[in-house]
Design a protein around this ligand. Structure first.
Ligand code: GLC
Length: 432
């Protein structure tokens, strides 16, 4: 009896100590967070077998396709025009400072040479490790590589089926959480030990079990701990649409700037972690042959200004095509954004939320005593914002022309004439 009591109290003590040991980010991690925030702009790439079907990355579950039939696409995956250098160069030229690549999406196919599953890129006619090529090129060009990793899987039978992927022909009786969890952790270990520095692991799919009557235990703490042990500077982010969990280093918002919830996935409170908003260039993440509804360069620049003004990064998505190239429409957006950032970069990179403006027509970013006002609506004829700090000078960012302003009782008024065809008219203010 005594023995049992001792072990009972011992396990209680262990439980409570496990709960009280709060995650302490390492100095490398804190530095990586700062670098991440400073970079403000990244490109998301959704690429997997789904690109072959041209229907977006949810095709398999949306159409209830048997996973064995779907997997036949692997035997036709031959992106003969894939060129990691061309991708990374175009992305870098766009002014983006990191790439987030889908290592394994919900379909379950791994884009690297993994020993944990034969369902991977090496077993296609193409037969070359995509992540190896991307990682090498990113390191060469000094662009950070982040890896998206799906928590859910529509193909594996050991994954305990959740809300999605119910019609993909799996034997649900074979679910085995431990086997699946270990599989994920071994894959993450491969990614974090075989490809040099990985800037972040970007998880997605926790919401697959949010309808369960008994809360599903993803054992995230152990997984996050593994990541930080293997690469202390690697940032952990999770697109679970909730306020961040212990062990996460960044907070992700899907399709909305932090604090807004137009798309319906961002009701969660904004935390003090570095923030990131992911958004599509057209409407879909994975390549969708029918979706040519791309946002214009101007819209994307305004989106970048709006996310920066919230102190958040923009992770802008492109769905590469089956042949391995980026869609022409996306390349054109990249080059337009790059051109803009070459001039206006200082009003975006290394800035913080400006805290001034209405969030729509006029937003702001700041860097020390410099405040950047971004006029996003050409019809604005006069900026009138509350600003307690005293303004010393105000200039048109581009022309450096001085602008007249008046400031009284904490209200700043600047008459402006927004030049034509300017996506974002930027004013630079020096504060005292
Ligand atoms: C959603 C989708 C997924 C996509 C992700 C990107 O969670 O399920 O397909 O990869 O958003 O934000």
């Amino acid at each position: 009896m005594r023995k049992y009591l001792v072990s009972f109290f011992l396990s209680l003590a262990m439980l409570s100590s496990a709960q009280t040991v709060a995650y302490q980010p390492s100095p490398e991690n804190l530095k990586a967070r700062k670098d991440f925030s400073n970079s403000r702009f990244g490109i998301f790439l959704h690429w997997g077998l789904y690109s072959l079907f041209g229907q977006g990355e949810w095709y398999m579950t949306n159409q209830n396709i048997d996973n064995r039939e779907y997997a036949k696409a692997a035997q036709a995956f031959y992106p003969h025009r894939f060129d990691a250098k061309a991708w990374v160069s175009a992305i870098k030229e766009a002014g983006a400072r990191y790439i987030c690549f889908t290592s394994r999406h919900h379909e379950g196919f791994s884009m690297w040479n993994t020993a944990q599953s034969s369902y991977n890129i090496m077993n296609t006619p193409y037969g070359k490790d995509i992540i190896r090529q991307l990682a090498d090129e990113c390191h060469r060009q000094d662009v950070k590589l982040h890896l998206y990793y799906s928590h859910l899987d529509w193909t594996r039978e050991d994954y305990p089926v959740g809300r999605t992927g119910r019609g993909t022909g799996r034997d649900t009786g074979k679910a085995d959480w431990k086997s699946y969890y270990d599989f994920m952790n071994r894959q993450l270990t491969e990614l974090l030990t075989g490809y040099g520095e990985i800037g972040a692991i970007w998880f997605d799919g926790v919401w697959d079990h949010d309808g369960d009557s008994i809360p599903f235990d993803w054992q995230l703490a152990g997984q996050y701990e593994l990541i930080h042990r293997l690469q202390p500077a690697c940032l952990v982010g999770n697109n679970h649409h909730l306020t961040p969990f212990e062990g996460e280093d960044i907070q992700i918002f899907e399709r909305d700037v932090p604090g807004e919830n137009k798309a319906g996935l961002s009701g969660q409170a904004v935390s003090r972690l570095p923030l990131e908003t992911c958004q599509t260039m057209n409407g879909m993440w994975g390549y969708k042959v029918k979706d040519q509804d791309y946002k214009s360069v101007s819209e994307l620049i305004r989106l970048l200004a709006r996310t920066s003004a919230k102190g958040a990064n923009l992770l802008l998505n492109i769905g590469p095509q089956p042949d391995g190239t980026l869609p022409e429409a996306a390349l054109q957006r990249l080059s337009g954004m790059g051109e803009w950032l070459k001039c206006y970069g200082p009003s975006i990179y290394e800035t913080e939320a400006g805290g001034v403006g209405d969030g729509e027509k006029v937003v702001s970013t700041r860097n020390g005593k410099t405040l950047y006002l971004h006029v996003l609506n050409p019809e604005v004829a006069e900026i009138s914002v509350s600003l307690p700090e005293k303004v010393k000078t105000a200039v048109d960012f581009r022309s450096r022309q001085k602008l007249k302003f008046r400031q009284k009782d904490g209200q700043l008024v600047i008459p402006v004439t927004v030049p034509e065809n300017v996506p974002d008219y930027v004013l630079e203010l020096k504060l005292s």
